[in-house]
Design a protein around this ligand. Structure first.
Ligand SMILES: C=CC1=C(C)c2cc3[nH]c(cc4nc(cc5[nH]c(cc1n2)c(C)c5CCC(=O)O)C(CCC(=O)O)=C4C)c(C)c3C=C
Ligand SMILES: [Fe+2]
Length: 421
């Protein structure tokens, strides 16, 4: 074992269960491996498993998301890249370096196989989740780039243009994506940077997004965080402790799309970069802010009463011939009751990317949702929101992308193995 790997893994010393879990691979559940505590620097989540980590694993505090375009024309080079990424991801998620040598252990005559900024940092709960965009299957002219066209899932098409979209193409789309989440931002950035470095000559970065302050809880073990409007976000999310709901709303089943059975056990990732005009929002009275959301700002309880996790009563009469929860309140417009029971697993992050030309904050919510079928679970909800939601006055959608996220990686396989075999 190289010194570099010892120096990163040395911090795992207090977390015997975490290290044992990695060694055991499939044998131990991710929960056991997370025994170091979901917020600790020593926490590890196994890279290999039935599903990719970074979906139902407890949402970490930090995000580095990158979308890439494939620049090679060679299927063999693409597969080789996925193999190299798999090896690097497995190492980095257990707190080791990106390459087998280490950041400072190799030859002085060669570039290091790890960039070094994570020396001394623990795994910090790093998860790396890989996705495939529509462009991997067919390019802009419909050309079958890598012999994959007949395996493109029916649901994997560029998201439609929604009312009020002001998309920046430099923040949208992509052939591949990597969602890196960790408790330490430097660990997430290090992982993405090293995957990009490994991909040199085969992929180029299309866009990337940093995020902080997870805007969803994905486990009942987590408190509900707040978004930049100051509201609790993630209360009614699909949670890891709901296996039946995950099967119904998140994981693709083999029969969903017979031509794309390689995606069974996977899911779809819808990403939307949403600018929030905070300066305008901040001038709205508290009562109006709560009416726009349909929940109390402090407790997160629905305006119809109860506590945070009480189900909203959308029929409860209010004053002025209307209901307590207004017809255009966000939680009513996007609620499963209005969409045939459709739910989604939200895993978004706040972002602040400096200031815009007018001196306002370039800030908002980098919305991420995992769904079994975007055509029935994401697109109708986003359309309803764009048309009817009181929040829309304070939002601008500036980025958009959809990816198919393959199932987890088994021992001896690489990311997306089933797609290429
Ligand atoms: C298309 C899907 C959604 C987008 C885009 C979206 C943006 C968005 N949401 C908030 C704030 C809150 N959303 C809440 C709940 C909620 N939101 C969606 C979907 C989208 N939101 C769903 C499906 C739900 C759950 C509805 C339910 O089942 O009750 C909440 C309430 C708390 C919670 O349950 O999470 C808040 C607050 C913002 C600010 C925003 C865009 C910037
Ligand atoms: Fe929402």
């Amino acid at each position: 074992m190289s010194v570099g790997r010892i120096s990163r893994r040395g911090l795992l010393g207090g977390s015997g269960a975490a290290v044992a879990g990695v060694a055991g691979g499939f044998a131990l559940s991710r929960e056991v491996e997370a025994a170091g505590g979901i917020d600790g620097t020593t926490t590890t989540y196994a890279f290999r498993g039935a599903h990719q980590a970074g979906i139902t694993t407890p949402a970490q505090d930090r995000l580095h998301f990158v979308a890439l375009d494939v620049t090679t024309e060679s299927r063999e080079e693409l597969v080789a890249l996925l193999e190299e990424w798999t090896a690097a991801a497995e190492r980095m998620t257990r707190g080791a370096g990106a390459g087998p040598v280490g950041p400072v252990e190799g030859s002085y005559l060669l570039p290091p196989d790890d960039t070094g900024e994570a020396i001394g940092l623990g795994a910090s709960g790093l998860t790396l989740t890989f996705g495939f965009g529509p462009g991997l299957f067919r390019d802009g002219e419909g050309r079958d780039r890598f012999g994959l066209a007949d395996r493109q899932p029916e649901a994997l098409r560029d998201l439609p243009h929604f009312p009020a979209d002001v998309l920046d193409p430099r923040r949208s789309y992509g052939d591949l994506c990597v969602q890196a989440c960790a408790q330490d931002p430097q660990v997430a950035v290090h992982a993405v940077r090293n995957l990009i470095r490994i991909g040199f000559g085969r992929v180029s970065v299309r866009w990337s997004q940093l995020g902080f302050g997870r805007t969803s809880s994905t486990s009942t073990s987590q408190d509900t965080p707040r978004n930049l409007f100051g509201f609790k976000d993630g209360t009614a999310n699909v949670k890891a402790e709901e296996p039946a709901a995950l099967d119904e709303h998140v994981w693709v089943a083999p029969e969903d799309d017979p031509d794309a059975s390689w995606l069974a056990g996977g899911t779809y990732l819808a990403a939307r970069r949403i600018n929030m005009t905070m300066e305008v929002w901040d001038r709205q009275p508290l009562g109006d802010q709560e009416a726009f959301i349909g929940r109390a700002k402090g407790s997160g309880a629905p305006l119809s009463g109860g506590e945070e996790h009480t189900a909203p009563d959308f029929d409860m009469p209010g004053s002025n011939d209307t209901t307590v929860i207004a017809p255009d309140a966000h939680v009513r417009v996007v609620h499963p009751d209005a969409h045939g029971g459709a739910r989604m697993l939200r895993r978004g992050y706040n972002f602040v990317d400096g200031t815009d030309d007018l001196g306002g904050l370039d800030a908002g919510l980098f919305f991420i949702a995992f769904v079994r079928d975007p055509r029935t679970q994401f697109i109708p909800v986003q359309n309803a929101m764009a048309r009817n939601d009181a929040l829309m006055e304070y939002l601008r959608f500036t980025g958009s992308a959809l990816f198919a996220v393959p199932a987890g990686v088994a021992e001896g396989e690489h990311v997306g193995h089933a797609l290429f075999s």
